[in-house]
Design a protein around this ligand. Structure first.
Ligand SMILES: NC(=O)c1ccc[n+]([C@@H]2O[C@H](COP(=O)([O-])OP(=O)(O)OC[C@H]3O[C@@H](n4cnc5c(N)ncnc54)[C@H](O)[C@@H]3O)[C@@H](O)[C@H]2O)c1
Length: 325
């Protein structure tokens, strides 16, 4: 029984991976249309120092946005800022420390951001880890769940007022959350969000990415219900050659290298859907979508379960100590 609970998520994750690779073999990557200048707009990109986040930050900066790279590695963050400065000649790119595996750090980050008195037009929830060995966050949450999902849940909630105050009808603020095709193989058990009954890194990663889609849909419904000028969309970058795969086991690493060369997207290609969701005029006022390769796509059936969305939201509020209202 234990073996089955461990192996099933592995099989599901690899099957999803194969499906994505077949799609990528036969379909061209999404080409970003020319986007309008966005001078005066402010964006926060979590994990914006490398991989998809870096490409997203660079592109938003090239549109004239003030980009704040939020990450947990100072040196890498400052190097990314320097590189973007050189490439885009955009002065308004900066790094701010944020460790999503610490709720205290998330709260400190938001306080520091608020003390600046800046508006906030775009929040890209991009940072993430995949298939890390079993470990917990500072607050005792399973790492995939705590960092990929719960850290972003708290961050988004604490930044909502800034997003609402900066959005206008015809120029909504945007929350863009980076999920993954692995969410299709994800299961979410509200009674065992930490995977304590049987831990599987594959199951934990897929669950965290499913939780982000559930969060996006519920958030969009709440924002729409309150008439706020903020939209929320989830994006799926496809399979992209980044450091995210560093925790694959050795045989999988060896198999991945040649496959990645042939079939994976580049970080620039992979980031295009997130950039599109963050800045495209076509998506003005449009929320509640799962976007893949630049297009609206059906997410998994369970992600549309409104009861589950509401229950997860309530449970997440409890876990991070937020009021449920
Ligand atoms: N690469 C892919 O094939 C792929 C596929 C689907 C989804 N994604 C998602 O895309 C997002 C970006 O991943 P990537 O491929 O660029 O990987 P990456 O490893 O290159 O980047 C991950 C980023 O997250 C940051 N990060 C990690 N732990 C953090 C913490 N505790 N606090 C703050 N930031 C932290 C890292 O510093 C890094 O900047 C992730 O959410 C990932 O799940 C990637």
């Amino acid at each position: 029984m234990w073996l089955l609970s461990y192996i099933l998520p592995v099989v599901r994750l690899y099957l999803v991976g194969v499906k994505v690779l077949i799609y990528q073999l036969f379909n061209k990557p999404f080409t970003l249309p020319a986007l309008p200048r966005r001078k005066g707009r402010v964006a926060i990109v979590t994990g914006g120092a490398k991989g998809l986040g870096y490409e997203t930050s660079r592109h938003l900066a090239s549109l004239g946005m003030h980009v704040i790279i939020a990450g947990n590695e100072d040196e890498e963050g400052l190097a990314a800022v320097k590189k973007i400065h050189q490439e885009t000649i955009q002065e308004k790119v900066e790094f701010m420390y944020l460790d999503l595996a610490s709720l205290k750090s998330v709260r400190q980050f938001v306080r520091r951001f608020e003390s600046r008195g800046l508006p906030l037009h775009v929040l890209v929830n991009n940072a993430g880890v995949m298939l890390v060995p079993e470990q917990v966050t500072e607050d005792g949450f399973e790492l995939h769940f705590g960092l990929n999902y719960l850290g972003h849940f708290l961050l988004t909630n604490l930044l909502l007022d800034a997003l609402k105050n900066s959005g206008r009808s015809g120029s909504c603020s945007r929350v863009v959350t980076v999920s993954s095709a692995t969410h299709y193989g994800g299961c979410l058990s509200l009674n065992d969000l930490q995977g304590r009954s049987c831990y599987s890194p594959h199951g934990a990663y897929s669950q965290s990415k499913l939780a982000l889609v559930l969060l996006t849909y519920h958030l969009q419904e709440r924002l729409q219900g309150q008439g706020d000028a903020v939209t929320a969309n989830a994006v799926d970058p496809g399979m992209v050659d980044t450091a995210l795969y560093e925790h694959l086991c050795r045989p999988a690493q060896m198999a991945k290298r040649p496959v990645a060369k042939l079939l994976f997207r580049t970080p620039n290609e992979g980031a295009s859907t997130a950039i599109y969701a963050a800045a495209s005029p076509e998506l003005e006022g449009v929320g509640g979508l799962y976007l893949y390769n630049g297009r609206k796509t059906e997410s998994s059936a369970v992600s549309y379960d409104k009861r589950l969305q509401t229950q997860l939201w309530a449970k997440s509020c409890d876990l991070v100590g937020l009021q449920k209202a």
